[in-house]
Design a protein around this ligand. Structure first.
Ligand code: ATP
Length: 262
């Protein structure tokens, strides 16, 4: 299943002593169930904080978040159960095997017995192209493979919402290219609701149904673009990326972000 997200009037201020840092202010947007939304914005504008607020590991200062119409709150210690997160840094547990890393989330959920957990974890390793690597340890895998493990771990718990924080940001260009398409294929099959943060404009356009652009902090939403290329896109990626529409969206995003004309 996938769920909608409604963010309404969301603000976040960090306080340390007498200092206040207003990160974002009055941010509102809706994400439909199964929609792929990409958030772009300058470094430090609060994209990660926004994801953590949706995941409920950070409390907002003002505003509300609803998942499928239900307001959510959290204790800050772990993400809301409907939500899985994938980060730029692989954050795998180095002392656990790849299989155990993937089944860990299921263990936290608590209601799946060990044999079934391992079966689900193995299925997900197959789906992300890591068949046969379950007994390896993270240090034996390349960066791209580690990120595949992170993806399998996030998806194995069958979340309603997938929050991704620059998941391919530290990968080389070819691995990144391949994983973008693999993620789109997985998403095409399961249609999770995705909120995906990136700095990469081309990646944003290739992946998104909708792109939200944040300003410098205190951040607000300064643009929202519907990316209307038909799906699937991976079988005609070059056509999509060389199209006039792609270049038009790219120019608009560069202008939004204060970059020079292309
Ligand atoms: N726990 C915290 N306490 C105080 N300040 C914080 C905390 N977390 C983040 N910040 C500050 O909030 C601002 C936004 O940080 P955040 O990581 O959300 O930005 P970002 O847009 O994801 O950055 P980047 O694009 O560089 O990854 C930064 O100035 C950061 O230093």
């Amino acid at each position: 299943m996938s769920k909608s997200i409604r963010v309404d009037g969301l603000s976040k201020t960090f306080e340390s002593g007498a200092d206040e840092l207003v990160v974002f202010e009055n941010v509102s947007f809706d994400v439909d169930p199964g929609e792929f939304v990409v958030v772009l914005g300058p470094s430090g504008c609060g994209k990660t904080t926004l994801l953590k607020t949706i995941a409920r590991t950070v409390d907002q200062t003002a505003g509300t978040i609803e998942l499928d119409g239900t307001g959510v709150s959290g204790d800050g210690s772990r993400p809301h159960p409907d939500v899985s997160m994938v980060f730029q840094d692989f954050v795998l547990l180095p002392w656990k095997s790849v299989l155990e890393n993937v089944s860990t989330g299921l263990k936290v959920q608590g209601d799946v017995e060990k044999g079934k957990r391992d079966e689900i974890a193995r299925e997900w390793l197959d789906r992300v192209g890591l068949e046969g690597f379950g007994d390896c340890y993270p240090k034996e895998l390349s960066g791209g493979m580690q990120q595949r493990v992170g993806l399998a771990r996030a998806l194995a718990v069958d979340p309603d919402i997938l929050l991704m924080d620059e998941p391919f940001g530290s990968l080389d260009a070819q691995t990144k290219d391949r994983l973008q398409t693999e993620l789109l294929k997985l998403w095409h099959d399961d249609r999770k609701t995705v909120v995906f943060v990136t700095h990469d404009i081309d990646e944003a356009i290739y992946m998104a149904d909708t792109i939200l652009v944040l300003s410098e902090k205190p951040a607000t939403i300064i643009d929202r673009i519907d990316v209307d290329f038909e799906r699937p896109r991976w079988n005609r990626r070059l056509d999509v990326e060389s199209s006039d529409r792609f270049q038009e969206i790219k120019a608009r995003l560069r202008s939004d972000l204060g970059l020079e004309e292309i």
